[in-house]
Design a protein. Structure first.
Length: 561
């Protein structure tokens, strides 16, 4: 998974270069991508996938796929399967190194008993609320639990009975015995194990106690021989506990390095909020093309190469920031511009009758599938007396610099003829129902026979050959750049955009309807990039808009904004 953009050596790669030069880890580079199987991957995970697998590839190392499955109440094999698919789609190759935290449950339990025997862990009877209350604050030291000084034998007995299922959920926990006055609140006797009488998606009912993430993660890294444990900034405070567990047990010690997480405008990347969007029916599912999930982006038609390019352009930083969604669209356009076939579709049809064209005549034009790359080949497009154009390409009273069709104006029908509008027929509501035009028979191919300047070019489809389709016009799911910035009493859901999905009853040229494959992206000329959706049937194609043709991010970048 090579990065698409080289922007120098970031601080993580610089650290790895230093480690390799000093001989630390014997010159090895071993990373891991460790998702929790309790939801679908999203844009933030894409950054981590590209980083972990990209670093491993760059330094001829290895990257594991590890499922941190320590919370059976929220985990499911559905998520495991989707994560595998997403990582593969984005280009991650873990070969035969697929691991689960649950693979290590027996070893983790043995390590926990070892901590108890060393006097570095104890069973606590305090409730969750009491533990929180005893922990103290940033300015006030915590209080020791009244159960903190139990003897080793009593703690071992209680911990083994916890495992045997003698106690109900939340009756007891195992805590590390560190320092209730530590400046880092995480180090104030953190919980290592809790009781959960819940079946696990892999181990079934074999366990009723489960290790917490902070305890599990560092030991999983150690057991797998990971050298560089790369994680986002919210785990910076946890690094001290990461080291404490490994050092207390005197086991192999990887190093944790934090980087800024990815935040993108007009969306949310909180797994909890994404679940809320799905469960409350605001989207059609995890793969709704408006969702920032990888399966949603894939269904929308976003190429994995464009997403990798986006992650490379975002780069790595030590401070959280927010990236314009327009940058992702720019990367999509940059990739598809060279690789997507061009065909014609009309999203809001208005009929055009060419009055001086023979009534029953049909011509076939050979049109290129890509104007800049002959290797794409061409397709046959029928032309007839009755056509459809997009309603946006006509104005009864055109504004200045409007170079499309209007009464008395002449335009070029793409690759076909020059036509002039003679009359607009209106319905009883005053809307344009039909345009009466004439064409220049000498302008075949759209060429001006006498050298006259015709500035406008519009797309079209033949009325008698047009194929109906449903086109989904997706916009931002949220109407504001920061959906989570809400006043008291409101939620991020109040910022949902009412225009995030519009449906168009479109008409396609025959070649587009016949040749586009499910999941394939094409450019609707002058309109944008669209992907054929799996909801398509033999009788009706469905297309999702992947990206518009407007390049707002490139304009912002050029201005230095």
């Amino acid at each position: 998974m090579a990065q698409e953009v080289s922007s120098g050596v970031d601080f993580i790669r610089a650290k790895i270069l230093d480690d390799n030069a000093s001989g630390r880890y014997g010159g090895k580079v071993h990373t891991r991508f460790p998702p929790e199987p309790n939801g679908y991957l999203h844009l933030g995970h894409a950054k981590s996938i590209c980083l972990n697998f990209g670093v491993a590839e760059q330094f001829n190392g290895m990257c594991n796929l590890r499922f941190d499955d320590t919370n059976p109440a929220k985990e499911d094999t559905e998520y495991v399967d989707s994560i595998r698919e997403d990582v593969r789609w984005l280009g991650g190759d873990w070969q035969n190194r697929e691991y689960y935290a649950s693979d290590y449950f027996e070893q983790l339990y043995a390590y926990a008993e070892q901590l108890i025997k060393m006097g570095k862990a104890y069973v606590d009877d305090l409730s969750t609320d009491e533990i929180r209350e005893y922990r103290g604050t940033l300015t006030q030291a915590g209080q020791e639990s009244p159960y903190r000084n139990r003897g080793v034998e009593e703690n071992l007995d209680l911990f083994r009975r916890m495992r045997a299922g003698e106690f109900p959920d939340e009756a007891r926990v195992l805590r590390a015995k560190i320092d209730m006055a530590a400046s880092n609140l995480i180090m104030r006797d953190p919980v290592l194990y809790r009781i959960r009488h819940t079946a696990h998606h892999r181990t079934g009912d074999a366990w009723c106690i489960y290790p917490l993430y902070d305890y599990t993660h560092c030991l999983s890294d150690s057991l797998e021989g990971v050298t560089h444990s790369l994680c986002t900034l919210e785990f910076a405070n946890n690094r001290e506990l990461y080291g404490w567990v490994l050092d207390a047990l005197n086991v192999y010690h990887p190093q944790q390095i934090e980087f800024a997480r990815l935040n993108v405008t007009n969306t949310v990347l909180s797994k909890r909020k994404l679940i809320q969007l799905v469960e409350s029916g605001h989207v059609s599912g995890w793969d709704d093309p408006r969702m920032p999930t990888l399966c949603g982006l894939r269904r929308r038609g976003v190429p994995p190469e464009a997403l990798r390019e986006f992650c490379a352009r975002v780069g790595l930083a030590r401070v959280n920031s927010t990236v314009e969604y327009a940058m992702l669209e720019f990367c999509i356009r940059e990739y598809l511009n060279k690789r997507a076939s061009r065909l014609m579709a009309v999203l809001d049809p208005v009929k055009v009758v060419i009055e001086n064209y023979p009534e029953d005549a049909v011509e076939v034009f050979d049109m290129p599938l890509h104007p800049e790359n002959p290797a794409f080949g061409s397709r046959n497009v029928p032309f007839s007396r009755k056509l459809y154009i997009d309603r946006d390409d006509f104005r009864l009273e055109p504004p200045k610099k409007f170079h499309r069709l209007s009464p008395g104006a002449e335009v070029r029908l793409r690759y076909a003829y020059l036509v002039t509008c003679r009359e607009a027929v209106l319905d009883e509501s005053g809307n344009v129902r039909e345009l009466r035009c004439v064409y220049d028979p000498q302008s075949r191919g759209g060429q001006s026979p006498d050298g006259r300047k015709v500035r406008g070019t519009i797309h079209w489809v033949s009325a008698g050959h047009a194929v109906p389709a449903v086109v989904r016009l997706y916009g931002h799911l949220f109407a504001v750049e920061n959906p989570e910035d809400v006043p008291e009493g409101r939620t991020f859901l109040d910022n949902l955009s009412p225009d995030s999905l519009r449906l168009a009853q479109a008409l396609l040229e025959p070649a587009l309807a016949e040749s586009a494959k499910t999941g394939e992206c094409v450019q609707f000329e002058r309109l944008g990039y669209f992907c054929k959706d799996r909801d398509s049937t033999q009788g009706l194609a469905v297309f999702n808009r992947t990206a518009t043709l407007r390049d707002t991010w490139a304009k912002l970048e050029k201005k230095g904004e």
